[in-house]
Design a protein around this ligand. Structure first.
Ligand code: ADP
Ligand code: ADP
Length: 224
């Protein structure tokens, strides 16, 4: 599903954020990406989502070489990659329903199809009763779940999450992880950047560790 081959990313006037990074994720895997702040986790996710371009190296996602993707194909790529952010990036002046509907409206789906899919996504994250609410009326855990519903509403085969539990207490963090496990059980590939070691060690999933832009470990959580 994801192949990085010798990827280097250099930001202007900075050192290399990623250095000669190679790794692969198979379809259907759920993988954590960890490492200290500044290790390059967000940069990996941004490259996969085409929010940034590599300086060197090749990235393939879902069979496509991102370096050869025509401008016309970029919106299709973005639709196949659901992105979840720590600060959830919801629009405060829109309802929960409108926030979740956004990717479908942008994709040009009709109102009936949008309604059906938005309610299915809100149901999956347990927020159907809040569709008319504004995000500010919700708790931080609920806001994060709205962000997750928006990321999965177009049913992408791949979901990326950048510190999705960074602002949440342990109980709410577990709730978010249980959602991810459920998505994974229906075949979604997930790559989750986090520095919450306790959480990821307690789950039996693959853990990639970055340090200064290099892959320094590829192991598995103990699940205890
Ligand atoms: P992490 O997500 O692990 O905290 P990042 O990928 O955000 O790491 O950052 C990796 C390195 O790249 C850091 O040194 C960071 O300051 C730098 N960096 C990230 N984004 C930019 C940017 N847009 N411009 C310049 N430097 C950046
Ligand atoms: P994240 O929490 O996603 O790692 P950060 O808080 O590190 O993001 O950075 C916020 C934004 O600033 C991101 O878009 C990132 O690309 C950018 N950024 C990070 N480090 C730098 C930097 N040293 N110079 C310029 N932009 C940066």
């Amino acid at each position: 599903m994801i192949h990085f081959a010798h990827v280097t990313k250099r930001y202007p006037a900075r050192g290399d954020a990623l250095r000669d990074l190679s790794f692969s994720l198979a379809p259907g895997e759920m993988v954590f990406l960890t490492g200290h702040s500044g290790a390059g986790k967000s940069t990996v996710l941004k490259l996969i989502g085409l929010l940034e371009r590599p300086t060197r190296g090749q990235i393939r996602v879902n069979g496509r070489d991102l370096g050869r993707l025509s401008v016309r194909r970029i919106p299709y790529h973005r639709r196949e990659v659901g992105m979840i952010f720590q600060d959830h990036r919801l629009l405060g002046d829109r309802t929960v329903y409108d926030n979740v509907a956004l990717p479908l409206v942008v994709a040009g789906l009709g109102p009936n199809e949008v309604g059906r899919r938005v309610r299915a996504a809100l149901d999956q994250v347990g927020l159907l009763r809040y569709e008319r609410a504004r995000p500010v009326a919700l708790s931080s855990g609920e806001q994060q779940r709205v962000g997750i519903a928006r990321a999965i509403v177009a049913r992408p085969p791949l979901v990326l999450a950048d510190e999705p539990t960074g602002n949440l207490d342990p109980d709410l963090s577990w709730e978010i992880m249980r959602l991810f496990v459920r998505f994974n059980q229906v075949g979604v590939t997930l790559l989750i950047a986090t520095h919450d070691h306790a959480l990821i060690q307690a789950l039996p999933y693959r853990i990639l560790t970055l340090s200064e832009g290099r892959l320094v470990n590829d192991c598995r959580g103990s699940g205890r």
